[in-house]
Each structure stands twice: as C-alpha cells, then as structure tokens.
Design a protein around this ligand. Structure first.
Ligand code: FES
Length: 170
C-alpha cells in the first residue's frame, strides 16, 4: 500500500516537472515570436519627415525635375521609395515644389512637354495642361492643381516632404 502511494507520487512529480519545463521552453520560444509580430505596430510612426533633395543655389525660375529617394517603413517591411518633384523659384522668391503626378489619372507631367504649349506643364496621356504654378487649365482633363511638397531649407540644402499634398494643404 505504501509502495503504491510512493509510485503514484513519483509519477505525479514527473508529470508536473515535465509540464513545467515544457511550459518554460514553449514560453521562451513563443515570446520572441509574439514580440516580433507586434513590435512594428507598437513603434511610433515617423512624422514630418523631410528629405534632402538639392542645393538651393541650383534652383532657377525655370521648373527643374529632381528625383529623391528615402526608406519607407510599412509595418513589417522597409522599402526604398523614389519620388520626383518639379521645383522652381517664383516671382516672390518663394520655392515651389510640385509632384509630377497628373491629378487626372496619375500619368507623369513634364514642363513644356508639348511644343504647342510653352510655359506649361503637359500630360501626354489625355493632353492635360497646367500653368507654371501647377494650376490646372480649364477645358483640359485634370480636375485640380498639381499637388505640392512642403519644403524646408537647412544649410543651403532644399528638403522636401515625403508626400505631396493638394494645393492649400501643403
Ligand atoms: S492622366 Fe493626365 S490628363 Fe489624363
């Protein structure tokens, strides 16, 4: 009788020990996985990021196209994004930086892209046209002006925001 009691207790002891060790091992393996899965969601988002694009002294009164790149973190993925901007200095000495993405259906506009329309941006997809400041020309397909980048100047360099916004918001 005493032997039987002792045998049951050993079995229970083994069960508890193995369950406990197994539990610790499982928790040890799962914790990093859970942390990896939710970590990006817990990180604060970067806001108001500006990217260095060109020396201010290279800007003129004529729109010039500049491309710039930056790393974009999208939850679990980091990718390199390339953007472009048409940039010039207007008659008030303000820097104007516009997205080349047509506000009609997203084709790429070019400054003086059609010789019939000098001093205008031209979209080849549906003959969309914009004034130099990005205002859409009535009677052509684009429904709104070209979007604008916000800008900053630091140590002689022009920095642009990573996103262009509708006119009035930038
Ligand atoms: S996409 Fe530019 S005019 Fe249609």
């Amino acid at each position: 009788m005493a032997d039987k009691k002792q045998q049951v207790s050993r079995r229970q002891f083994l069960n508890y020990t193995l369950t406990g060790v197994g539990g610790f091992m499982a928790a040890g393996m799962l914790a990093p996985m859970v942390r990896f899965a939710i970590d990006p969601v817990l990180q604060p988002k970067k806001k108001g990021e500006f990217i260095s694009v060109v020396e201010v002294e290279k800007l003129t009164n004529e729109p010039q196209r500049f491309d710039f790149e930056f790393e974009q973190e999208d939850a679990w993925y980091t990718s390199t994004v390339t953007k472009s901007a048409w940039v010039y200095i207007d008659e008030n000495e303000d820097i104007i930086a516009m997205s080349p993405v047509c506000t009609h259906l997203g084709c790429t506009v070019s400054w003086e892209g059609n010789e019939d329309y000098p001093d205008q941006f031209f979209c080849p997809c549906h003959d969309g046209r914009y004034e130099k400041d990005g205002t859409n020309i009535k009677g052509t397909p684009p429904p709104e002006p070209l979007h604008r980048y916000e800008h900053q100047i630091d140590d002689g360099m022009l920095y642009l925001s990573t996103k262009a916004k509708p006119r009035g918001e930038a």
